[in-house]
Design a protein around this ligand. Structure first.
Ligand SMILES: Cc1cc2nc3c(=O)[nH]c(=O)nc-3n(C[C@H](O)[C@H](O)[C@H](O)COP(=O)(O)OP(=O)(O)OC[C@H]3O[C@@H](n4cnc5c(N)ncnc54)[C@H](O)[C@@H]3O)c2cc1C
Length: 370
């Protein structure tokens, strides 16, 4: 069974053998493609593979114990696996007609305590929920009602998935910088200590740390939270390769998906698809827009939970007395900042500017002379 709504080989063929490099181009290529309806899909499945046709003896799913995991040490499982759970979750969201029709991704919150988007991604990426079924259910909900449009609508989100699958299918070394034709070559630097601090949620920037700790604990973080930490690791603050970040996401995301992960990491590091490298997320201001009092930080970085709201995003600014009263002195109970965002992000914009110039010159040299 196909893992995407559209057959990406046909999309590439329709684009004269090249992958569409922009989302709008992709949408124009699929705009007149008819997607098989649900009845045909479910008929196809039952015809092709009945569970009873297969002898599963010896091929059972290994137990957690066999993986060396002690079940009693696990925390609450927020997103239980399986097709039934995926279908149940789909039904819950599709029943909220107004919510679906008004959905605008940029307006959803990266730091709400309960997710502000569907969290269908783990089910889709593991094949527990068919992308085509999601597509048809969305069409049914939107049908005859005023609704938002791609790229911000819920249908638009599904189309981002299709776009990255198509790009990944037709690009050699899509998950690497070197040898990847769509990826700008940027002279990232190695810094194991900074990479470790980022991955463990110990950068000294509470919003970044809360996101990385949520990722480790729950396996899912909001799209804009992914934006924040991916920008911070790469062009924003730490100047570390997006490939390193993608590996950490591969280890911890429940929804890990090869093309989506690589494609989005390239986007966030302004290596491909997105080129406004001078627009950098602030680890202080960004989270405040949707969570002024830092409730999200208090949940995932509990050592700061007694900090006054005034200092929750910048605890290093709190006077020593305030730090002591809040029960956490910076540099002792919670790390000092590993970099000064205000300074490094400006230096990094200059470095991006130089890298873009070098890439442009190299491309010009490769172009055949008239
Ligand atoms: C650095 C980075 C890495 C990412 N890695 C992955 C990954 O490995 N696997 C993954 O599924 N998503 C990845 N994403 C994309 C996106 O963040 C998630 O798909 C989304 O947050 C999942 O939550 P949701 O199901 O609530 O999304 P919703 O907003 O409810 O969207 C519905 C569905 O649309 C698809 N979708 C939404 N946003 C995107 C997007 N930007 N690109 C592609 N498909 C999208 C997903 O299948 C999602 O389940 C990444 C984003 C970034 C910035």
């Amino acid at each position: 069974m196909q893992h995407t709504v559209y057959d990406f080989n046909s999309v590439v063929k329709k684009n004269n053998g090249s992958i569409p490099l922009t989302y709008q181009k992709f949408l124009s290529l699929v705009s007149d493609v008819q997607v098989k309806d649900i009845i045909q899909i479910s008929k196809g499945v039952s015809d092709e593979c009945k569970a009873s046709d297969y002898d599963s003896q010896g091929y059972d799913i290994p137990s957690l114990e066999e993986f060396g995991v002690n079940e009693s040490e696990l925390s609450e499982c927020k997103y239980p696996g399986g097709e039934s759970e995926g279908l149940k979750r789909l039904d819950v969201y599709m029943a909220k007609k107004q919510w679906v029709c008004n959905f605008e991704k940029p307006k959803s919150s990266p730091n709400s305590i309960e997710p502000s988007t569907t969290v269908l991604s783990p089910y889709i990426s593991h094949g527990c929920l068919s992308a085509k079924l999601f597509y048809h259910k969305l069409k049914q909900v939107e049908n005859g009602s005023k609704h938002t449009l791609p790229p911000v609508s819920l249908m638009g989100q599904l189309m981002w998935r299709e776009f990255y699958y198509t790009a990944g299918s037709g690009t050699e070394n899509f998950d690497k910088m070197v040898g990847n034709s769509v990826c700008t070559q940027i002279p990232w630097k190695k810094n194991d200590a900074h990479l470790k601090a980022w991955a463990e949620g110990k950068t000294g920037y509470p919003f970044v740390d809360a996101i990385m700790r949520q990722l480790k604990q729950e396996g899912w973080i909001h799209h804009l939270a992914r934006h924040m930490v991916a920008c911070f690791l790469t062009r924003g603050d730490l100047w570390i390769s997006w490939e390193e970040g993608a590996k950490v996401f591969e280890d911890f995301l429940l929804d890990y998906d090869w093309s989506l992960n690589a494609g989005n990491w390239m986007w966030l590091s302004a290596s491909a698809f997105f080129y406004k490298y001078y627009r950098v997320y602030s680890p202080v201001a960004f989270g405040k827009k949707t969570d002024k009092d830092g409730l999200y930080i208090r949940k995932y970085v509990p050592e700061l939970k007694k900090y006054p709201s005034e200092f929750i995003y910048e605890p290093w600014k709190a006077p020593k007395g305030v730090q002591k009263t809040a029960g956490c002195v910076i540099g002792e109970g919670y790390p000092n900042r590993i970099v000064d965002h205000d300074k490094v992000h400006k230096d990094n914009i200059q470095k991006m500017n130089s890298a873009y110039k070098v890439n442009k010159e190299k491309k010009a040299m490769k172009r055949p002379r008239q």
